[in-house]
Structures are given as structure tokens and as C-alpha cells.
Design a protein around this ligand. Structure first.
Ligand SMILES: [Zn+2]
Length: 153
């Protein structure tokens, strides 16, 4: 887990430490509470992804995304055997699917349901793009803290 630095309280200037969600800071002196935005690196760190193990990566991502971002995620699976994962954070759509024994990672730009272009990207780049989009999504709605709590086991 990425450790966040303490920040000064806007009200009294005392240093505030982050709470367990990594996003809420509380002041021990005046009890001011603030929320800070989360970033993709925090989400990636929270997910603890092992990019060298395709099998575990698919299963882990499917599990995490269906918990934290279910309305944006489509999992193609037979039982626990995951074939493909699709994450729609329009205008960015992310697809991770099996191709033989390897994984094919794709990033697609979509506007109003129309795919503008599809790129095959390296897995580490794909994870970076995905987690950046998830951070944007999380920051734009009130569930960010909940989402972070979900992915940090
Ligand atoms: Zn304070």
C-alpha cells in the first residue's frame, strides 16, 4: 500500500494523518475532516497485481472490478475460469482477454458507443491507463473511499 504524507490542517495548521481509506484526513486538534483525491498509482498499489501470472491476474482483476466497479465491468467467464474482462469508463474502454496462453491487453477510445480506435498495449501500460481511469471515476463520485476500502485487503 502506498503511504500518504501527512498534510497540514486548513483550519488550525496541525498535521493531519490519513485514515485507513487513504483519502480522508482528520485533524486531532480541531476535528476538521477533509477528503483528498486518489490517483491511479494508489489504486494500482491497492490492487497488488502480479503481471507475471496471467491466470492469477485475470481472476484477481475480475474479482476486484466486480466488487468496486461492477456497473462498469463485464466479466466473460465460465465458472471461475475468466476468459475476458471489459471495463467501460467511456471514453476509455479496457479489454483484457486470453489469446492462447497469453493475455491480450487493449485500450479503446469510444464516444457515444462508437469505437474510434483500438490499440493493443503492453500489460503494464494497460494497468496504468486502467487505474488512472478508475481513479478519475472514483474521484467523480462519492464512493471513492468505499472503492479504495474494497480493493485493499
Ligand atoms: Zn485542525
Amino acid at each position: 500500500m502506498q503511504q500518504r504524507d501527512p498534510i497540514p490542517c486548513q483550519n488550525c495548521g496541525a498535521m493531519m494523518a490519513p485514515e485507513a481509506d487513504g483519502r480522508t484526513y482528520a485533524c486531532g486538534f480541531c476535528h476538521t475532516r477533509v477528503q483528498v483525491a486518489i490517483d491511479g498509482a494508489q489504486i494500482a498499489a491497492g490492487m497488488h497485481l502480479d503481471l507475471s501470472n496471467a491466470e492469477a491476474l485475470l481472476a484477481h482483476l475480475a474479482n476486484t472490478l466486480s466488487q468496486g466497479f461492477s456497473e462498469h465491468t463485464r466479466i466473460h467467464a465460465q465458472g471461475s475460469y475468466v476468459h475476458a474482462i471489459e471495463v467501460d469508463t467511456e471514453p476509455d474502454v479496457f479489454v483484457l482477454k486470453r489469446e492462447g496462453h497469453r493475455l491480450l491487453a487493449q485500450h479503446r477510445k469510444v464516444v457515444r458507443g462508437i469505437a474510434l480506435r483500438t490499440e493493443t498495449v503492453a500489460l503494464d501500460r494497460w494497468v496504468q491507463l486502467l487505474t488512472d481511469s478508475l481513479a478519475r471515476l472514483a474521484n467523480s463520485n462519492a464512493r471513492a473511499a468505499w472503492v479504495l476500502a474494497q480493493i485493499r485487503h
